[in-house]
Write a protein that binds this ligand. Structure first.
Ligand SMILES: *Cc1c(COP(=O)(O)O)cnc(C)c1O
Length: 459
């Protein structure tokens, strides 16, 4: 690597001249310059200025075992030397996706035993949508093709991903979504529960919106419901305990398939291998990516339930879909090693029994009381902090989203990387965080909140 020969200024200039970034205002980027991250170790990332930041987002919800793991580099190196690539089309296979599929079938919910690979969460959701529609066509019901999703859902950024997702800003630029996808309310009690409505009742009401949409379309027209067990990019929205079992009951009642998007919640994030296990539900498809390799390689795995898989086998006929990099041998080798490390270090149990509860308590005791904070919530090692102007009325600062950006900027300046989405700060740290790391994060976030309060009161 020769980037050391370039100054930060030069890298930023070249970046602005040639590199279009995801979800970025390029006019703004041109003015500000990008933050160049050059290396990382354990829970810390370092920028080209030498600043050390505690990474509260695990990269982008993915680096669950932390940075600097030689074992993953060695697994990739060994696989590249032995067999860097071969396809899995035309009745071919390579060893690592075979073994990874076996491993995934072991840790997935019991009704899930088949895997289809891609390189990203978006691709896996494209696969899921095509597979579900193909399933109903094989079952002789091609008109059962609609999918119910939710407002503010994030299912990726391809055309199908954007269409499945419920982000208004993305839909506006799409100018023509994949048809037959509708969006119902999200289970977000903090803003949507009625005065006096219990969490339990709110969860049931949010689930009822799924049933209403099925009835409106006609059950014979609805293929599936898709949802993130915990909405991630939409602001770590954790549904009440009543929500998922009721959604499951409704899907079964109307013979509608359940598609879970576990691209964030998979591989230990909520204290089980999958959030389906945390919420006690069974899904027909489970989309996974991100932490499958801890982000060390691009890889997604669509976990496919027995119901769909057995129809594929029984009815036969080619499923006309696949990617050059489906089952990429190097990415699968890295995933295998990553899962081995998660198991060996007991990270899933640690999140469930130790760091998850400690994280929840720390946010409640040290952050929730701040006068900029309307609510904190967490599940496993993902959390949210609602930024408000007035705790009692939940009034927000204007313009919308500006306060959270102020908090985020102070956090980064104080050695803490976290994200702002709308008026919500979100956290999704590596699962290697310990109690000490959580203490350090709370201290830095508290300081950022104090500094942001001073700024915001001045405005
Ligand atoms: C990140 C994400 C995706 C998209 O994954 P990519 O790898 O960016 O395509 C899909 N669904 C959810 C829930 C995500 O968080």
């Amino acid at each position: 690597m020769t980037y050391q020969n370039y100054s930060l200024k030069q890298l930023q200039q070249i970046d602005a001249a040639h590199h279009l970034h995801p979800f970025t205002d390029h006019k703004e980027l041109r003015d500000a310059g990008s933050r160049v991250i050059t290396h990382a170790n354990g829970p810390f990332i370092y920028d080209s200025e030498g600043a050390e930041l505690l990474d509260g987002m695990a990269g982008l919800w993915c680096v669950n075992i932390g940075y600097g793991r030689d074992e993953l580099a060695e697994a990739a190196y060994a696989q590249m030397k032995e067999l860097p690539y071969y396809n899995s089309f035309f009745k071919c296979s390579t060893p690592t996706p075979v073994l990874l599929s076996k491993k995934l079938a072991e840790i997935a919910p019991r009704n899930v035993n088949q895997v289809f690979y891609g390189s990203s969460g978006s691709e896996a959701n494209d696969t899921a949508l095509r597979l579900v529609r193909h399933y109903w066509a094989l079952e002789g019901k091609p008109e059962k093709n609609r999918v119910i999703s939710r407002k503010m859902a994030y299912h990726g950024s391809t055309i199908a991903g954007t269409s499945l997702g419920g982000m208004d800003a993305m839909h506006k630029q799409l100018n023509g979504a994949v048809p037959n996808i509708v969006h119902v309310m999200m289970p977000y009690a903090y803003e949507l529960a009625l005065p006096g409505e219990s969490d339990h009742d709110f969860g049931l009401r949010a689930a009822k919106s799924v049933e209403d949409a099925i009835i409106e379309a006609g059950a014979d027209k609805v293929a599936a419901f898709i949802g993130e067990p915990v909405m991630g990019a939409g602001g770590v929205k954790i549904p009440p305990a009543s929500y998922w079992p009721e959604v499951q009951r409704i899907c079964r009642k109307y013979d509608v398939l359940l598609m879970l998007d576990e691209v964030i919640t998979g591989y230990g994030r909520t204290g089980e291998w999958f959030a389906a296990q945390t919420f006690g539900i069974e899904a027909d498809t489970i989309t996974t990516a991100k932490a499958l390799t801890s982000g060390y390689q691009p890889l997604s795995a669509l976990l496919v339930g027995d119901r769909i898989a057995s129809t594929l086998v029984e009815k036969g006929g080619e499923f006309n879909h696949g990617y050059t990099y489906s089952g990429h041998p190097v990415a699968c080798a890295v995933a295998l090693k990553n899962l081995e490390i998660i198991e060996r270090e007991g990270l899933v149990d640690r999140v469930r029994n130790d760091t998850g509860p400690y994280f929840a308590k720390a946010l409640q005791e040290r952050i929730a009381g701040h006068d900029l904070v309307g609510e904190v919530r967490s599940i496993g090692l993902m959390g949210a902090i609602e930024i408000v102007k007035d705790k009692a009325t939940k009034e927000r600062f204007l313009p919308s989203g500006s306060a959270a950006v102020t908090v985020r900027d102070h956090a980064i300046a104080n050695g803490m990387m976290l994200r702002a989405t709308g008026d919500t700060m979100i956290l999704s740290p590596p699962l290697i965080w310990t109690r000490d790391t959580i203490d350090m994060a709370c201290e830095r976030i508290g300081k950022a909140l104090d500094l942001a309060r001073a700024d915001l009161r001045k405005r």
